[in-house]
Design a protein around this ligand. Structure first.
Ligand code: DQA
Length: 144
C-alpha cells in the first residue's frame, strides 16, 4: 500500500530555512529515510510538497482512492486552511498531522490548527525524526 507524505509551503527549503528551528536535514534526506522505514514494512511512499494550497487539496483527493493513509505537515496552512481540513475529512483515511517544531512553544498564532480535529494523531516537536515516527505509526495502524 501507498502512504501519502504531504508537505506544505516553504518545506522545500527544509535544511536551509531557519536551521535553528527546523534542523539541517533536507526534505530529500527525510524522504529517503521515510521510504526505507516504510519499505521495511512492505509499504511505499508518495511524496508531494507544494507551496500552493490547491495542489495540496488535489493530492489529498487523489490519495482518497490511491493511498492507505496520509501524513501531512500543512506548514503555515495549518493555521489558515479550512480547505485542507475539508479535503482530509472527505478522504476519510487514517491521517497524521505533523510539525517539526513544537508549535505550542512558539507564537500564539501557531497554537491553533484547523487540521488537528480531522487528524487521528498529531506529532509535534520531534524535529524531522517526527516523519519517521509518523511512518512507524502508519505501519502500526495499517498492519497492527
Ligand atoms: C511547521 C510549523 C508551522 O507553524 C510553520 O508555519 C511551518 C512549519 C512545523 O513543521 O513546525 O512552516 O508546520
Amino acid at each position: 500500500r501507498t502512504i501519502l507524505f504531504l508537505n506544505g509551503p516553504n518545506l522545500n527549503l527544509l535544511g536551509v530555512r531557519e536551521p535553528d528551528k527546523y534542523g539541517s536535514t533536507t526534505l530529500r534526506e527525510v524522504e529517503e529515510t521515510v521510504a526505507k522505514t516504510l519499505s521495511a514494512h512492505g509499504l511505499t511512499a508518495r511524496f508531494v510538497q507544494s507551496n500552493h494550497e490547491g495542489v495540496l487539496v488535489d493530492a489529498i483527493h487523489a490519495a482518497r482512492t490511491e493511498c492507505g493513509a496520509i501524513v501531512i505537515n500543512p506548514a503555515a496552512f495549518t493555521h489558515t486552511s479550512v480547505a485542507l481540513r475539508d479535503a482530509i475529512a472527505a478522504a476519510a483515511l487514517p491521517t497524521i498531522e505533523l510539525h517539526i517544531t513544537n508549535v505550542h512553544k512558539r507564537e500564539e498564532f501557531r497554537h491553533h490548527s484547523y487540521i488537528s480535529a480531522v487528524a487521528d494523531a498529531v506529532i509535534v516537536g520531534a524535529g524531522t525524526h517526527g516523519y519517521i515516527l509518523a511512518a512507524l505509526h502508519v505501519a502500526h495502524l495499517l498492519l497492527g
